[in-house]
Design a protein around this ligand. Structure first.
Ligand code: FAD
Ligand code: COM
Length: 519
């Protein structure tokens, strides 16, 4: 065991230490400023966003949390193999896409035979991710004052006792936040060299992929597929269900059609409602055989396959040991306070099932902390803003037009461009980071829609395809929940040219007593 409690460790020192620990089996890293023998308010098992934010919130409330994490760093899968690489890849996808459309024009370089180097990008991420890991450890120790033990798995003894490296720790409550892992589909060939998940991609990729098949229709499948394709490696997506259909917070059908059309128009092959029969090859992957929705057998050559078939909660051995109730997809069942079926045991984040997103993990941790500290607090995980990347940022919140029409008799729609967004060659919408598309490839400049209840004048939903608008959806979500109206929206101050044209679209109609569409 390496006791770091009374040592001030810099980010650079953490980097070296984490690297050493990650490369080979090594001792636990211990930081226990509150003292080893105390009874903690909670032991957080898993130091991902759920555990780390839960512990930080509890500490801020005056409680004493302990985090136990099997990796030598805090932050969980996000900085290691999930959100952070996803955003690196999506940034690259957007840049490559722009370069592809502008190639040889206006002084932009010729990208015609150009290829983004996927292997180098993955290596760049892996080479740099240690700094993110180190920052999480440093911030949690030096700025947040958290107790933690890293680089060792936790073993639950009972609902108040956790064993770590042979020592026992006691707490009033346990908060499980052990995340989720990729589901490996039950088809022949998943063990061939060249078949990856998002986890193994960053650990094991050792060649430049050229022909790519993505199996599955998850966000990861669409996001990573879009990146590979934008980098110049042709991609085929084979999904069992229609892609980009989300529940319960759905993407508007017009936006979905626009996004999929834009993916196809860039040359991506997308097969929905198709069944993968086998990944073929001797040692390395050579092709994927599948059946289309119409029943035709097809074989696509591939030297790289990404499995994007969803995530499985990591619930064992804790569920069996504690007797936790599980749901149909193997997730831990919790109530709105994050309490499991076992008294004093809470669960948060990806291990409680969908939606598997950062906000839910972090707010789940915070919710558990508040309830353990005696403040009743409930988390609603049914209404939230959502997003994904293709070569675009796609963001949405609230009701789709179809959902609104089911619930309200007088639905008003404001959208840009008007009509069918894939058929216009109109340089609208104009905004940051789509100006070049707008003038040179107009139909690629994005799409946005605002759905309104014409009777109450309340806004019901927003969606946006483009760039730079994702952030505003965090606040639009809040405004929707406050009951924002078209008139409130029209009274706001835009920073023109703004990616979300929602304020000015609303203002164009806000003066109207009996609202009509702007669509
Ligand atoms: P994790 O982050 O998985 O943390 C769980 C921790 O528990 C891990 O550190 C693990 O080592 C530890 N652990 C497991 N077992 C033990 C044990 N026995 N003892 C001790 N520790 C243990 N969400 C977004 O909001 N935005 C995004 O852009 C985004 N991008 C994503 C991209 C990809 C490719 C993927 C797969 C997911 C993405 N997500 C994104 C989802 C997000 O990463 C997760 O929702 C979030 O990380 C869940 O946090 P968590 O704390 O529940 O689990
Ligand atoms: C972010 C990880 S990458 S955490 O949510 O700050 O722990």
């Amino acid at each position: 065991m390496m006791d770091l409690t009374s040592r001030s460790t810099t980010v650079e020192e953490w980097c070296e230490l984490i690297d050493r620990c990650y490369e080979r089996d090594s001792e636990p890293l211990v930081n226990l400023p509150s003292g080893k023998d105390r009874v903690y308010d909670a032991i957080f098992i898993g130091g991902g966003p759920g555990g780390r934010f839960g512990a930080a919130y509890m500490q801020a409330m005056g409680g004493t949390p302990l985090i136990v994490e099997r990796w030598p760093f805090l932050g969980g899968s996000c900085p290691h193999n999930a959100c952070v690489p996803h955003h690196v890849f999506s940034d690259c996808a957007a840049e490559f896409d722009l370069l592809r459309w502008l190639r040889g024009r206006l002084g932009f370089p010729d990208f015609t035979n150009g290829r983004g180097r996927i292997l180098d990008i993955v290596r760049m991420f892996v080479g740099g991710r240690g700094m993110g890991h180190a920052f999480m450890n440093w911030q949690s120790k030096e700025q947040l004052g958290l107790d933690y033990i890293l680089n060792v798995p936790a073993r639950v003894i009972d609902s108040h006792t956790v064993e770590v490296d042979g020592s026992r720790f006691r707490a009033r409550a346990i908060v499980l936040g052990t995340g989720a892992r990729s589901i490996i589909p039950d088809v022949p060939g998943t063990k061939l060299h060249g078949v990856f998940t998002h986890e193994t991609l960053v650990e094991e990729l050792d060649y430049e992929p050229n022909r790519i098949v993505v199996i599955g229709g998850s966000k990861t499948a669409v996001e990573y597929g879009s990146f590979f394709h934008a980098a110049g490696a042709p991609v085929t997506i084979i999904a069992r269900s229609p892609i980009l259909r989300f529940e319960p917070v759905a993407l508007d059908e017009d936006a979905r059609t626009y996004v999929i059309d834009m993916m196809r128009s860039r040359g991506m092959a997308i097969y929905e409602e198709a069944t993968v029969e086998a990944i073929l090859g001797r040692e390395r992957v050579e092709a994927v055989r599948f059946r289309t929705a119409q029943g035709a057998e097809q074989v696509v050559p591939a030297d790289f396959v990404l499995l994007g078939t969803g995530m499985q909660p990591n619930v064992e051995p804790f569920a069996s040991k504690l007797g936790l109730s599980l749901g149909a997809r193997g997730e831990v069942i919790v109530d709105s306070r994050m309490m499991t079926s076992v008294p004093d045991v809470f669960a948060v984040g990806d291990m409680i099932g969908h939606p598997m997103e950062m906000w839910k993990a972090r707010k789940g941790g915070m919710t558990a902390a508040r309830n353990i500290m005696g403040e009743e607090f409930h988390l609603d995980i049914r209404n939230y803003p959502d997003f994904l990347h293709t070569t675009y940022e796609v963001s949405w919140v609230g009701l789709t037009e179809a959902q609104a029409r089911e619930r309200y008799p007088n639905v008003i729609v404001l959208k840009m461009p008007p009509g069918n967004p894939t058929q216009w060659d109109l340089l609208i919408p104009l905004a940051d980071r789509v100006m070049l598309y707008a003038f040179l490839e107009p139909r690629r400049s994005g799409f946005q829609k605002c759905v309104i209840d014409g009777d109450s004048r309340r806004v019901l939903g927003f969606c946006h395809v483009g760039y730079g608008c994702k952030d505003s959806f965090q606040y639009l979500d809040y405004l929707l929940k406050q009951g924002v109206t078209i008139d409130d929206m029209g009274s706001m101050n835009e920073l023109f040219l703004n990616p979300g044209h929602f304020i000015q679209l609303c203002r164009l109609r806000a003066g109207m007593k009996k609202l009509t569409d702007l669509a």
